[in-house]
Design a protein around this ligand. Structure first.
Ligand code: G1P
Length: 293
């Protein structure tokens, strides 16, 4: 039986240059997506999947992420004194249990592969998940829950994938499926980071959710820079594929990339529309706004 996936790595060191100036003083992971910071959706997704420990790979100016997952005593006692029990419960739900979060710094922006390598000591010798907080996934069960269910079946390494138009493949990691995909769980024979459209092996992009075996760390430690001059996780995974099994899971759900201004707008609207209490009102407001333009 495969070892359970208990820990997750969240790389949060990036500058968020594609959404400047919004990210000049606010980490991109803390930008509000309707009523909560983007990172909250990703942590909720992972908690739903049973993740017990979160390793945040941070950088300079990311202190507010650490504060966000802590209790806020002054605020909580104020809310309690005023009898605002619903808000209080929501705030408390957002905090992580004692000892469930670790923070380590990626001191140089050397790429995603290097960020994951920074979590090596905190992960140790067990399988783990990686969730890129730029990407929010609306899915039920959550994307990572679907991946964990697949992992229980086949073990090894799993990446979530979804289909993108040919003109967008060059912005992502793209998988090379083994044979014609017959179902959602796709055996793989390769993958490539940011291929030119004409050379892409498929239109299935890596969504930013991974389940990896700890042997990836030795490979990341010796990984040479790839696309964009960065140490790429995709390149190290390709090397791991010669030693261990890899599957791609075409999950059931919808992803939103918050790392780009217009896609961020789309994510914001999607989360507003999906809100359990305010979704209907959000729909009315957005529809009226579009009618006026
Ligand atoms: C990263 C990964 C890429 C993946 C993408 C998902 O790229 O390197 O393989 O498809 O996230 O959003 P980045 O967006 O950091 O350039």
């Amino acid at each position: 039986m495969s070892k359970p996936v208990r820990k997750a790595v969240l790389p949060v060191a990036g500058f968020g240059t594609r959404v400047l100036p919004a990210t000049k003083t606010v980490p991109k992971e803390m930008l509000t997506v309707f009523d909560r910071p983007a990172i909250q959706y990703v942590v909720d997704e992972a908690r739903e999947a049973g993740i017990e420990h979160f390793v945040f790979v941070t950088g300079r100016n990311k202190g507010s992420i650490e504060d966000y997952f802590d209790h806020a005593f002054e605020l909580e006692s104020q809310l309690s004194a005023k009898g605002k029990s619903d808000l209080l419960a929501e705030l408390r739900r957002a905090a992580l249990p004692a000892g469930a979060a670790s923070f380590t710094r990626q001191q140089q922006a050397l790429g995603l592969g290097h960020a994951v390598l920074c979590a090596r000591d905190l992960i140790g010798d067990e399988p783990f998940a990686v969730l890129l907080p730029d990407v929010l996934v609306q899915a039920s069960p959550s994307c990572l829950s679907q991946m964990i269910a697949a992992y229980r079946e086949v073990g090894g390494n799993i990446v979530a994938v979804d289909e993108v138009p040919a003109e967008r493949v060059s912005s992502y990691g793209v998988i090379d499926p083994f044979g014609a995909p017959a179902g959602p769980l796709i055996p793989m024979k390769g993958m490539v980071e940011k291929p030119p459209a004409a050379e892409a092996p498929s239109r299935l992009k890596i969504t930013g959710r991974y389940i990896l075996q700890p042997e990836i760390f030795d490979l990341l430690a010796t990984q040479t820079p790839g696309a964009g001059g960065e140490i790429q996780l995709t390149d190290a995974m390709l090397r791991l594929m010669t030693l261990q099994s890899f599957h791609a899971l075409r999950y059931d759900g919808q992803d939103y990339d918050c790392g780009d201004k217009l896609l961020y707008l789309q994510a914001f609207a999607a989360m507003a529309l999906a809100h359990k209490d305010l979704g209907k009102d959000a729909q009315r407001i957005l529809t009226d706004l579009l009618k006026q333009t």
